[in-house]
Write a protein that binds this ligand. Structure first.
Ligand SMILES: *[C@@H]1O[C@H](CO)[C@@H](O)[C@H](O)[C@H]1NC(C)=O
Ligand SMILES: *[C@@H]1O[C@H](CO)[C@@H](O)[C@H](O)[C@H]1NC(C)=O
Ligand SMILES: *[C@@H]1O[C@H](CO)[C@@H](O)[C@H](O)[C@H]1NC(C)=O
Length: 369
């Protein structure tokens, strides 16, 4: 008979041919084992490809699995997120900001945390965003502002279909506040958590955007976002302004060596950054004033630091000695909270200034010889 060659597959277990029956079970067992293995590999792969890449091991694992299995083709088929231009209809355009009522963290977490991953990370699953955006917020003793900021920003950023995370960098020492240094810290620490962040928004905690067409995703030039702030009389204060909320890609940050670390106290650091980008053949881009509208949450004004003028003048010679490559801080806490990642640091002012004086002395010596 023709079937004589493969009796094992034809004969059921209750038949008289015991050996065939054993063969069948063995064959089925192998099939099941294979299926099980495939399922396990698939599950591991999915976990690694969907999660934000916090664990360093996940990168190499993912790369390895991608080479091994082409099964994530379906994942790649998710469409690119729509680029929101000034005429987008999906967005609301002008929006309000609540700066009167103060929410509690419990309320905020109840309403916002379900859409977020620990550390205040949001990843849209329905489309692939063009950038991974880290929102860096320098912070000290402004809890009320922070709560209003989170309440406003999470829904705002999610409407823009961004892959983003909010990083609050808190200065935990008693010395004068150093906004620019904290922004450098936020940049470094965000990249340490996920090396794939490629777009950085540096944002004051007391500024809330009033138009959701202000797209928080990088362009090919540095963008100054907060051009039109209500308390500044709804106008651009001066042409080279770069403070408040601004946005740079990773490459731009590396090119200009980040922010200066020397601006202790209030003021000057944003003008220094403005000079850094302009002296590297970049132009500061802005939305028009009718779109780039922000409100500032009211608070007492800080004293300006008078040594900022001197620092600004010297800034030209310092760019490649003072910045990301000379950043010094002590990280005292890193906490993935439900609505944001908290990075607490201490900075040693005398140590930082002493280091730069040394470098400036070296520069003078170099110029003499
Ligand atoms: C938006 O619409 C206006 C008027 O229809 C048009 O002139 C402009 O080019 C559009 N802008 C963009 C970015 O598509
Ligand atoms: C002003 O800045 C200088 C240089 O960064 C610093 O030594 C000084 O402590 C600052 N003063 C205040 C009041 O922040
Ligand atoms: C800051 O640094 C200086 C010099 O490196 C050191 O003498 C001082 O103890 C440090 N201060 C603190 C608070 O760590």
């Amino acid at each position: 008979m023709a079937t004589g060659r493969k009796p094992g597959l034809m004969v059921p277990c209750w038949s008289r041919a015991l050996t065939s029956c054993q063969m069948v079970t063995k064959f089925r067992r192998r099939q099941l084992l294979c299926l099980f293995c495939l399922l396990v590999i698939g599950a591991i792969f999915n976990v690694f490809s969907m999660r934000p890449h916090y664990m360093r091991v996940s990168h190499s694992m993912k790369g390895f699995l991608e080479k091994l299995l082409p099964v994530n083709a379906w994942y790649r088929r998710v469409p690119q997120c729509r680029f929101f231009d000034a005429n987008s209809t999906a967005l609301k355009g002008p929006i309000d900001a609540d700066t009167d009522s103060i929410p509690s963290f419990a309320e905020l977490e109840f309403s916002l945390a379900p859409t977020l991953q620990p550390g205040g990370i949001f990843v849209p699953h329905y489309c692939r965003p063009p950038h991974k955006v880290a929102i860096i917020v320098p912070f000290r003793e402004r809890k009320v502002h922070l709560k209003m900021f989170l309440r406003h920003m999470h829904p705002f950023l999610q409407r823009q279909d961004l892959h983003y995370g909010i990083f609050v960098v808190e200065q935990a020492d008693q010395g004068p506040f150093n906004r620019a240094l904290l922004m450098n810290v936020g940049y470094v620490e965000a990249l340490r958590l996920n090396p794939k962040f490629d777009c950085f928004v540096f944002h004051d905690v007391d500024l809330l955007p009033l138009d959701d067409r202000i797209y928080y995703s990088c362009k090919n030039q540095p963008v100054h976002l907060s051009a039109n702030i209500d308390v500044h009389g709804n106008r651009l204060m001066y042409q080279n302004l770069f403070g408040g909320a601004s946005m740079l890609t990773k490459e731009m940050m590396e090119k200009v060596n980040g922010f200066s670390n020397l601006y202790f106290g209030w003021g000057g650091e944003d003008d220094d950054m403005s000079f850094r980008v302009r002296s590297h053949d970049m132009k500061i881009a802005r939305y028009t004033l009718d779109i780039a509208r922000y409100t500032m949450i009211r608070h007492a004004k800080e004293d300006k630091n008078d040594s900022r003028r001197k620092l600004l003048k010297e800034g030209r010679t310092r760019i490649h000695q003072d910045g990301l490559n000379s950043l010094q801080y002590e990280r005292v806490q890193l906490d993935l909270r439900p609505l944001f990642t908290l990075i607490q640091v201490k900075v040693n002012q005398s140590q930082i200034l002493a280091k730069q004086e040394l470098l400036q002395g070296d520069l003078k010596k170099l110029r003499k010889t």
